[in-house]
Design a binder for this molecule. Structure first.
Ligand code: ADP
Length: 455
């Protein structure tokens, strides 16, 4: 028997009647659509399940990452603290808790000053200008403090070494700072002993060396002694070496004092513009003797730096007052200037001054051999000398810049260098600027002070 629809065709295909179509549609409605719905439902359910699993997975991953970070942080013996831009402690590891006496859950969420009570060797609280965390928030640069004393929760004073680094986002803003610190009580005690030894030894040795130097000078003096030219040559060499030895002992003594806080420092109000101008004039001779040009530049910071003749005040400049020991500052500038002249073969040495309402900045710039970038971070450390052909042969103690840094730090300032090999170096010093009113007020307090404002 033929199938029911086989005798009807349309373009060669079996032709279906309306009732056949209706039956087909009926079957589709009854069987296929529910089946499709079911499959879609399954598909969506699976998708949701997958999504849920994915979210759970990433949550789990985040949890695992946090757990890992927690394990690492608590395994670190050093104190680790993360402080947000709102100055609130976000992370305070077990090491930090052990050193400070504050429990992690107590410290986290507190404004950091409640936990970090910072004082200097004399027990005087750090000002905002000295605060290492604030310095990093402002400068966006790593800052290390190895003179800090932390006052623990139980009011114990602990010498710590602290290094603070900024966390900077894509737009260049500091979103948080990370501080790493360690208790250096033992190291500090050993350092103290070493410094005392060096201080006593150099003090004792300075006296005989000064005597030898004096006698050699007498031997070289035509009016008191007669020596032949060969002997004169030997004596001149001996005299130069003794002078070098004398300088080494003097530097050792100063650096030992700077390290244990015994460096004599009598800050007073100084108007840096006039001070620098005078000092530049007294230093000029040494540069010109070596055939170097010497210039003094002054600018206002806002307007940029303009050249000023050191003897005639042609540029109207603001008065830059700072509180500093003028004798100590002279040591710093003279040392930087001596280095500039010593290491520069030809060209120019410039001393410059600029500033804004908060800061007075001055610099000593030369056209010498420059300092390789890998040496720059170590330059202000004790005994560090750059080991390259341009400077190796030139005598020195490697203590000058260390002493400069110590003196600048006592005055709440900052010293750093920017340098390019074969082009030259610029040593910068920033000191906090005093307003004219504050300067006058401080001067009134400093009774018996002979140096008038602006002098
Ligand atoms: P030194 O007595 O050796 O000059 P410093 O502490 O003053 O000791 O300087 C440390 C080192 O830094 C020097 O040995 C020298 O290599 C380098 N240095 C300092 N100033 C300059 C400069 N203006 N140009 C090039 N190198 C410099």
């Amino acid at each position: 028997m033929m199938p029911y629809f086989a005798n009807h065709t349309l373009f060669g295909l079996p032709f279906l009647h309306v009732e056949h179509v209706l039956i087909g549609v009926g079957i589709a409605v009854v069987i296929i659509l529910p089946a499709m719905g079911y499959f879609i439902f399954r598909l969506r359910r699976n998708k949701t399940k997958e999504l849920k699993q994915e979210v759970q997975g990433s949550k789990h991953e985040a949890k695992t990452e946090k757990a890992k970070a927690d394990i690492i942080l608590s395994a670190i013996e050093d104190g680790v603290v993360v402080i947000g831009a709102d100055k609130v402690i976000q992370i305070f590891n077990r090491g930090a808790a052990n050193i400070t006496g504050w429990a992690t859950n107590e410290a986290e969420g507190l404004e950091y000053h409640s936990v970090f009570k910072m004082v200097n060797a004399k027990g005087v609280a750090y000002t905002d200008n000295q605060d290492p965390f604030l310095k990093v928030f402002q400068s966006k640069m790593v800052y290390r403090d190895n003179q800090l004393i932390l006052v623990s929760k139980s009011a114990r004073q602990l010498p710590v070494y602290l290094s603070v680094s900024p966390l900077v986002d894509n737009s260049g803003d500091v979103t948080a700072v990370v501080g790493i610190f360690r208790d250096v009580t033992q190291e500090r005690a050993q350092e103290q002993q070493r410094a005392e030894f060096i201080s006593t030894a150099s003090h004792e040795m300075r006296t005989p060396v000064a005597a030898i130097e004096g006698y050699l000078a007498l031997a070289l003096n035509d009016k008191v002694s007669t020596v032949d030219s060969k002997a004169r040559g030997f004596l001149e060499k001996a005299h130069a070496s003794t002078q070098h030895l004398g300088k080494l002992f003097q530097d050792l003594l100063t650096s030992a004092k700077a390290e244990d806080g015994r460096l004599v420092n009598h800050p007073q109000v100084v108007e840096i513009g006039a001070y620098l101008e005078q000092l530049t004039e007294s230093l000029r001779f040494a540069a010109e003797k070596k055939g170097l040009l010497m210039e003094y530049l002054v600018g206002t910071g806002e307007q940029g730096i303009g050249t000023q003749n050191a003897t005639s005040n042609k540029v109207v400049r603001p008065l830059y007052y700072v509180s500093v020991d003028p004798d100590r500052l002279r040591e710093v500038i003279t040392n930087l200037f001596d280095n500039a002249v010593k290491y520069t073969e030809a060209g120019k040495v410039s001393i410059g001054l600029t500033g804004d309402d908060k800061i007075v900045q001055f610099y000593i710039k030369d056209t010498g051999p420059g300092i390789p970038p890998e040496d720059v971070p170590h330059l202000f450390q004790k005994f560090y000398r750059v080991d390259n052909s341009a400077t190796r042969s030139i005598g020195g103690t490697g203590l000058g810049l260390f002493i400069c840094r110590k003196i600048v730090e006592i005055s709440e300032g900052r010293i750093w260098v920017e340098s390019e090999v074969s082009k030259g170096s610029t040593f910068y010093i920033n000191l906090p600027r005093l307003s004219a009113e504050k300067a006058a007020e401080l001067q009134k307090q400093q009774q018996g002070n002979q140096s008038p404002l602006g002098a």
